[in-house]
Ligand binder design. Sequence first.
Ligand code: DX5
Ligand code: ZN
Length: 221
Amino acid sequence: MTDFLIAPSILSADFARLGDDTQRVLDAGADVVHFDVMDNHYVPNLTFGPMICSALRKYGIDAPIDVHLMVEPVDELAQRFADAGASWISFHPEASRHVDRTIQLIKDAGCKAGLVLNPATPLSYLDYTIEQVDHILLMSVNPGFGGQSFIPATLEKCRQVRQRITQSGRDIRLEIDGGVKVDNIRAIAEAGADTFVAGSAIFNQPDYAAVIDSMRSELAS
Ligand code: DX5
Ligand code: ZN
């Protein structure tokens, strides 16, 4: 049976109470903390950096922290996030001048390395990297903001990425990011995703556990 992971995006958490809100969502049954880093350059929005990541570690967050770098350039920040306690680090390949070097840098720093594909990014970015990556983060919205609607064409793309992973014979997580809700998570899993980022669907509800439980029942059905 697939080992599904729920990764709430703390982009939609209460920033004024970030430690508490992150712990709350983990206590509600989340597996991974999705940490969206935006630099107002690669994407038109600005969030948080490595100091906030290490602050969460100091606060006692011990779940895997999945850093999604929407930044350009990538390498220096990737290293700083590894030092700040990140577990997984993914980046957009078109934002790195030397994609293979960035992947190696992340792995040498002791983290799992992932590539992020935007809705219109071709799968050819996987041609010479699939042997190196630990996860692939497939964007189902354009990066930069929480609360957008899932782009339906992503389902077919998700199937294609799953096929590429199967062909590679490697153990690579397929993570989907953007517009994931209780009512579409099952279709997304059927298309091959095994890790689900959800921001607004969880944090905009008062009872996080109820949403996460409903997502898990959809996945089990
Ligand atoms: C968008 C981010 C997503 C976003 C998901 O750039 O990468 O992680 O926070 O938010 P929802 O689940 O609200 O679409
Ligand atoms: Zn993200």
